[in-house]
Design a protein around this ligand. Structure first.
Ligand SMILES: NC(=O)c1ccc[n+]([C@@H]2O[C@H](COP(=O)([O-])OP(=O)(O)OC[C@H]3O[C@@H](n4cnc5c(N)ncnc54)[C@H](OP(=O)(O)O)[C@@H]3O)[C@@H](O)[C@H]2O)c1
Length: 318
């Protein structure tokens, strides 16, 4: 097979041996793969792949057609359309996914949407519901709300009956984010005035976290998921105590297969039905052919996008 391959910080389209499905894995002919910031970090050598996945083939999420199944895998059959989060190796013609981390692609969902769905919606669902315990009527702040995880978070919070404030630094993207259901889609400084917040999906880090903690309601919860704006922040600990607030952090990639399977099961049970009904959608800013990944990475890094950048193979053009 051929795959996007990291060679000394460059991306090459290179040949590799075909992967072989392990006992509980399925092998898919890849149709679409969303790009994530982690891929760009991995390319620069800052985010090595976990054990068990190819070190030089990036790609944290995949959508494709099952072409082989492992000896103990029984959930899917050859020809099924599946999607899910993987530890790496997805930006290739063939990729492996543990069947417990995969879910069926709903009928009517395009390949590009399926490729852009798993990582953003799994991350946002885990942060808002598992970590922050989002509840009906909560007031939620989503920072960096125009990106992949942000657009997922805004929609999930809104569908769950929360009032959502979306912080978006590009003025031209605010209307599109508001159309996802946010009560307010505003400049980051203005967003803080619209609290107090019961839950915060913190995708920027740095001084954004400082502001978010200061805008929490009593009992407020913050999930720190991204630190593109800085991995260190000053926190008013007295305010944190008075608000009886909690800050948690997490990454998906470092979790075990069983932990990732639990995330996938929650997404399958609670998120997929809303994707099928059309209440949730996967905004895709642009698609690129898989073999032109370097252009896609450039577009991702340029920012100013609404939702996801997705790589597609010839079979993923829809
Ligand atoms: N912990 C995890 O498991 C996990 C999983 C997925 C993603 N993440 C992280 O979560 C973050 C969001 O991911 P994503 O996939 O949504 O990325 P994305 O699609 O690239 O979106 C990032 C968004 O953040 C905005 N942004 C970047 N720096 C900012 C700053 N200093 N102030 C305000 N806004 C800023 C960008 O705005 P512009 O367009 O104006 O640049 C963009 O809208 C990333 O840091 C990513 O690494 C973590």
């Amino acid at each position: 097979m051929r795959a996007v391959t990291i060679v000394d910080g460059d991306l090459r389209w290179a040949g590799h041996p075909d992967p072989v499905a392990g006992d509980t894995e399925v092998m898919v002919a890849v149709r679409a793969v969303g790009i994530n910031a982690a891929d760009l970090h991995q390319r620069r050598g800052f985010y090595p792949a976990p054990a068990g996945v190819p070190a030089d083939i990036p790609g944290l999420e995949v959508a494709g057609e099952v072409v082989a199944t492992g000896a103990r895998s029984s959930r899917f059959a050859i020809g099924d359309r599946v999607m899910g989060v993987v530890g790496g190796g997805a930006q290739a013609e063939l990729a492996l996914i543990d069947e417990r981390c995969a879910m069926a692609v709903p009928e009517g969902l395009s390949w590009e949407e399926a490729g852009g769905f798993p990582e953003a919606f799994s991350t946002a669902h885990d942060a808002l519901f598992t970590q922050c315990g989002l509840a009906l009527g909560d007031r939620v702040l989503v920072t960096a709300a125009a990106g992949g995880v942000g657009t997922a978070g805004v929609q999930l919070a809104t569908v769950a009956g929360a009032t959502t404030v979306a912080s978006v630094r590009s003025p031209e993207l605010r209307q599109a984010v508001a159309a996802l259901g946010a009560a307010h889609a505003v400049d980051p400084a203005e967003a803080l005035e619209l609290g107090p917040f019961d839950a915060v999906l913190e995708l920027v880090g740095g001084s954004s976290l400082t502001g978010a903690v200061g805008a929490l309601a009593i009992g407020g919860r913050v999930a720190v998921i991204g630190v593109g704006g800085g991995a260190r922040a000053e926190i008013d600990l007295m305010g944190l105590m008075h608000r009886r607030a909690r800050i948690s952090g997490s990454t998906l990639r470092a979790r075990s297969i069983l932990e990732k399977a639990a995330v996938a099961a929650a997404v399958e049970a609670h998120v997929l039905p809303h994707l099928i009904s059309g209440r949730l959608r996967v905004p895709v800013e642009a698609t690129f052919p898989l073999e032109r990944a370097d252009e896609a990475y450039e577009r991702f890094a340029a920012g100013g996008k609404f939702g996801k950048i997705v790589l597609v193979t010839a079979g993923g053009q829809t």
